[in-house]
Design a protein around this ligand. Sequence first.
Ligand SMILES: [Zn+2]
Length: 281
Amino acid sequence: MNLVSALVASMALAVFAIQDAGGAKQESKPAPPTFVAPCAKYASGLRQGGNFGAYIDSKGSPFAGSWHLAEDVWLPAGTEVKAIGDGVVRYSDFSPTWTDAKGGVHWNFGNVIVIEHALAPPIDGLDTVCSLYVHLAADRRVKVGDRVTRGQTIGRIGADRSEENGRYPAHLHFGIHRGPYVQIPPAFERELRRAAASEQGLGAGGVVLRGEIAIQLNSETSVLVTTEGSHASILLSLLVGSTAPRDPPPDIMCWCEGYGAKETLDEWLKPSAFLAAHAAR
Ligand SMILES: [Zn+2]
């Protein structure tokens, strides 16, 4: 065997090896991850279907004019809340409702947990989703960075209108958001572009940007917005929700808000539909 035919032979072997690996891979293709409901009797707790995507028109509501981005699960305080799938805890903290000096009430979330779930193979074209558990009791069982398994108890539904649950009636506000925890939410990006295109421009810290802008993640919690022509830039925080004047707690990513504009709704999956379609058997 000369050198060339040896090379060809080894290449052929290599090709076979690749085909073999490919074939074997296909046979052992992993099944998509499966999920469980965050509470026993989840479906029975959904009044009016859980109000996912409901428009709040009641003038008396602090959320008037926005859409509800999750399902509300009306089960008693103390009901155990479980991780819907394997994942990593990205947020576990308290975000209070507080009253400002003028008496304005700033509604936040109480105790909140966010879990990021890697999806391999992808589901509905997504390789990551996050589950959001809101209005929990103070005894959250997980902390940021913890790996959790499907069905693991992570907390309980908080007491009725208590400080610990953000002064809401006892229920779980449960959402599933598309994509990873750290991201520039598409609705936020649209809002920035719209502002920059407007007459007033996009202003922050004395700098005003107008026209075409470029938006990029600057860190896990901030975005850098620049304009090409002027070399001007502004740094914006992705964190919202906890602006308590005296004792500011850690913040939460802006996509985690419970209510939003209509287009924000597209960033969320309808929880009961997702859970039914990808239920563990
Ligand atoms: Zn809700």
